[in-house]
Design a protein around this ligand. Structure first.
Ligand SMILES: Cc1cc2nc3c(=O)[nH]c(=O)nc-3n(C[C@H](O)[C@H](O)[C@H](O)COP(=O)(O)O)c2cc1C
Length: 182
């Protein structure tokens, strides 16, 4: 089995829990799974004027999506929605018109917050957009991680055993989903 996953954290914060969550997913990935973490902080804010001569960062994003078998997203929650940084990347991936790179990509949505709800509001909005982009988003299991400050150590490593178990189970279902769609 050889599967390439393009992974996106919706936070640019240096100590982002969502970026740490992506790293934990990478560390717990099954054999044969390669994670390419995409830096979406370099993308310009969406501006259709740039579509006539796409910036290199947008071309790189397009290539990363094209080369990926599937997409893994970790979103923070901002005012009960998902992150604008992630929206910017989703929008660039769908442009220019008629060249939606996300089309028919299997995807999984995750996210974490310091508070208890664990990005329910954010993921709820995010899933709507992925549906419009015609991505095949894994429905179950959902992955909400709250009280995240207790689950990572000072080095940014996931230490919570229950969450590790949850990630391993999540991977198993996600890989099954990707293979079904392939
Ligand atoms: C503008 C803004 C709005 C926020 N709104 C919410 C929210 O609606 N729900 C929530 O649980 N946390 C909210 N938070 C707190 C974030 O969940 C928290 O800052 C989190 O650590 C951000 O993710 P990161 O660690 O990956 O950067 C908000 C933070 C900011 C900056």
């Amino acid at each position: 089995m050889s599967i390439t996953i393009a992974a996106f954290s919706g936070s640019l914060r240096k100590d982002s829990y969502n970026t740490k969550l992506i790293k934990a997913f990478e560390q717990l990935a099954p054999e044969g799974v390669t994670i390419e973490t995409i830096d979406i902080g370099k993308l310009p804010l969406l501006n259709q004027d740039l579509e006539t001569d796409l910036p290199q960062s947008v071309k790189d994003l397009h290539n990363s999506i094209d080369n990926a078998d599937a997409i893994l997203l970790a979103t923070p929650e901002y005012n009960r929605s998902y992150s604008p940084i992630l929206k910017n990347a989703l929008d660039w991936g769908s442009r220019p018109q008629g060249q939606n790179r996300w089309n028919k990509k299997p995807a999984a949505v995750t996210g974490c917050t310091p508070s208890v709800l664990g990005t329910f509001g954010a993921q709820n909005h995010l899933r709507q957009v992925l549906t419009y982009l015609n991505m095949y988003t894994l429905q179950q299991p959902e992955f909400y991680l709250g009280s995240v400050a207790d689950k990572f150590n000072d080095k940014g490593e996931l230490t919570d055993e229950q969450t590790k178990k949850k990630i391993i189970q999540f991977w198993a279902t996600f890989i099954e989903w990707i293979n079904k769609i392939k």
